[in-house]
Design a protein around this ligand. Structure first.
Ligand code: DGJ
Length: 735
């Protein structure tokens, strides 16, 4: 049973709910007849729930129910499930409104509950899913009776995954409108365990670097107000106990299934309790809810681990592979692609692309992806976004001809789009300047010479959809790279009235999701790869639509170690876009061995991003071997359990990670020596995730039991030089 209800478990506690997963329990208490919804416990699975004293209901200022209680201090101290604004809880709250009369206090109180087998969807938003056997949902119906505002707190417990998802639905049953000014999706009030905050920060070409800071009485906020989840901040936050390691320590983690503005944070309050929260950023957010309307928030995925970060990582990986990513490609080997971006940038034509394709097909590469520059008059980034007509001066003979020729080589064909954008220098903009997000009378800020389309408008979405779809209908195109190269500014829409302008950021995201949903409906077998100037929109929301996301525009193998480590702490390797590119690397100018570039890209979807007609013969000669390596190991990399062994970003010398098959019969570890050192000795690495008693044969023919490899370690013989790498493959023979 995933969800249990206890009627009047203690004095002054009217209802208690326990959501259970395989290894965790989450407990909510409804205190007093007044209906305060209080958080009681989240953590390791328990054998009983005698929480009466822990709920502090006998302590001052909790006092007795009714009028005597000192209510302000009470709210400021209570562990709330969903704290609201203006009623005496002065900590960061989750819900704030503005009534027609201009007031902002709101206090939703418990009314009733409902248990639903399975998991309802969220209108217009990506959300996890599961069968009735896998997940149960608890809905706590709460109401602010004065406002007739109904707030449903929705919790889904995925038993086998140790995941609880949370979202809220707000319904206005009054006969006048109300504005929602802030609506978070989840909150956790807990005691402090000297927590540290782990988050993923970054920049363009340096996404998702792991950072850990102490949790203090000052708020730690991770937030994007850029209109997308962003390169800079990431909608993930974990509270971890001191000295957290891969295998030990406690972790409370939240990840947001949303691709727009978000805010996540945590702090210690005056009583040394901790509050952690996540939701849509309230910056510039204001949603007008008419009588009878509902607003549904995006969902937060939560997990708790008492076995370190490694357990948390594998929980997220399994959860996203089983309950979020829907693509038919999820469990399939993706075609090894070659993308012409770093090969040619905008300077290409049919002949050039076919030269690349011919050479690539001879070497075993399976798909050609034509990147930016094939449409309108686009020979640099200054024009034509929105004019999705093939430029036949470059693509001589037309798109279908090119695709057919590529297909004749036995290769698939993929194409790049940036559907959400409009160049000021485009026919589309000349015809519809009001289709760009802009503020009337203010000169719009250009970024990469472009504006963003106003996807809050249905006519703009319909037009954009037809542009993309008609190109896809015109030829056998099996893959789309959906790019998004600028963040939002000048938030204004010629469609929305003044009192709805605060809806634009969220409506933009809803419009973008609707476009991707329509695309997959019409082209269900399309392999979609999302991208945003590299990894600026690498989040669970996008994974609902695409099984892979381009991880970063930094393709340097060494920079990628930290980027991919931070990405893989949450997201499965099967969704991490990673390619072998040319050297010196175009982003950082570093030269690394071709072999190392291949080993590092193997941890993702794998492909090439270079001019195969120009690179050295030595490098070309290695490609068939890399293709073979991908085919040999991709099933394991895509489906296996990920283990982090050592981190270059911590030790500044070497990196090591691995994937172990679910049955523990096969494993592949990747070791990268970033800095060579005169050591005169090899380096021991301590593997993880193996079966202690099984005998593993390593590629050198030696056999070791799993416990030896994990406790005594495996010796990597001394390697001379920087940026060198080794793959270590282990197999249980005759197992
Ligand atoms: C940013 C992407 O990350 C690159 O791979 C490439 O597609 C460019 N945009 C094209 O403009």
């Amino acid at each position: 049973m995933n969800i249990r209800h206890f009627d009047k478990p203690f004095e002054d506690v009217t209802d208690m709910f326990v959501l259970s997963t395989k290894n965790t329990d989450y407990c909510i208490g409804i205190i007093y007849d007044e209906g305060y919804v209080s958080h009681v416990y989240y953590g390791k699975k328990l054998s009983g729930y005698n929480f009466e004293r822990l709920m502090r209901i006998n302590e001052y200022p909790f006092g007795k129910a009714g009028k005597e209680r000192e209510r302000c201090s009470f709210h400021d101290m209570l562990s709330h499930e969903y704290p609201s604004h203006g009623i005496g809880d002065y900590r960061e709250d989750c819900l704030s409104v503005e009534t027609a009369a201009g007031n902002c206090a709101v206090l939703p109180l418990y009314e009733s509950y409902e248990v639903i087998e399975g998991k309802p969807g969220i209108t217009g938003l990506p959300a996890s899913f599961g069968s009735n056997d896998e997940v149960s949902t608890l809905v706590l119906h709460c109401t602010d009776r004065m406002l007739d505002l109904h707030v449903d707190l929705i919790y889904s417990a995925f038993y086998d995954n140790d995941v609880i998802t949370r979202s809220v639905r707000i319904t206005n049953k009054a006969d006048e409108h109300i504005f929602i000014k802030k609506v978070y999706s989840a909150c956790l009030d807990m005691d402090n365990k000297k927590f540290e905050v782990l988050s993923l920060h970054g920049s363009w070409a340096r996404e998702r670097h792991i950072e850990k800071v102490d949790l203090t009485h000052n708020k730690t906020i991770v937030e994007s107000v850029r209109g997308e989840s962003s390169h800079q901040d990431h909608p993930f936050l974990a509270l971890v106990t001191p000295n957290i390691s891969q295998e030990t320590g406690e972790v409370y983690a939240m990840n947001f299934v949303y691709s727009g503005n978000f805010r996540a944070g945590a702090f210690v309050d005056q009583f040394d309790s901790v509050r952690m929260f996540m939701g849509i950023s309230p910056e510039d957010f204001k949603w007008k809810l008419l009588p009878g309307e509902s607003f549904e928030s995006p969902e937060v995925v939560m997990t708790y681990s008492d076995c370190g970060l490694g357990r948390m990582t594998r929980t997220f990986h399994d959860f996203y592979r089983q309950h979020l990513i829907r693509s038919p490609y999820l469990h399939a080997k993706r075609p090894i692609l070659i993308n012409n971006w770093e090969a040619t940038y905008f300077d290409f034509d049919t002949d050039k692309l076919l030269d690349i394709a011919r050479r690539a097909s001879e070497l075993g590469i399976e798909m050609l992806v034509m990147d930016d520059g094939w449409f309108g008059k686009r020979n640099d980034d200054s024009c034509s976004l929105g004019d999705w007509k093939v430029n036949e001066d470059k693509i001589k003979g037309g798109l279908k001809h090119l695709v057919d020729e590529v297909n004749k080589l036995g290769m698939k064909f993929g194409i790049w789009f940036e559907p959400e954008m409009i160049s000021p220098d485009s026919d589309l903009y000349r015809e519809h300047p009001d289709w760009a997000i802009h503020i009337e009378g203010r000169e719009g800020i250009r970024s990469r010479n472009q504006f963003v389309l106003d996807l809050s408008r249905k006519d703009v979405c319909d037009y954009t959809y037809e542009q993309v779809a008609s190109v896809l209908r015109s030829a056998n195109i099996e893959y789309v790279k959906w790019d998004m190269n600028r963040q939002l500014t000048d938030i204004g829409s010629s469609f929305l009235p003044a009192d709805r302008m605060g809806e634009l950021y969220h409506r933009y995201v809803l419009g973008m999701y609707s476009l991707q949903a329509r695309l997959l409906e019409e082209f269900p077998n399309l392999l979609l790869e999302n991208c945003s100037g590299g990894g600026g929109r690498f989040d669970p929301g996008m994974l609902y639509y695409s099984p892979q996301i381009w991880c970063s525009d930094d393709t340097d193998a060494i920079e990628r170690l930290s980027i991919q480590e931070g990405t893989a702490i949450v997201y499965p390797l099967s969704c991490m876009g990673a390619h072998v590119s040319d050297c010196p690397n175009h982003a950082v100018g570093r030269t690394t061995p071709f072999e190392t570039r291949g080993h590092v890209a193997l941890a993702g979807t794998f492909g090439y991003e270079l001019d195969i007609t120009k690179i050295s013969k030595e490098d070309v000669d290695m490609i068939p071997g890399q293709v073979k390596m991908y085919h040999q190991y991709n099933d394991l990399v895509r489906e296996g359990d990920y283990y982090r062994i050592a981190s270059y970003s911590e030790n500044h010398l070497y990196d090591c990670y691995g994937v172990v098959s679910k049955d523990k019969k096969e494993a592949l570890f990747t070791y990268v020596q970033v800095m060579g050192r005169v050591n005169y000795k090899g380096r021991r690495i301590y593997l993880q995730g193996l079966d202690p008693l099984s005998e593993y044969t390593v590629d050198d023919g030696e056999t070791y039991t799993g416990d030896v490899l994990m406790n005594a370690g495996l010796l990597i013989p001394e390697i001379s030089g920087d940026f060198k790498s080794r793959l270590i493959h282990l197999e249980v023979k005759n197992g």
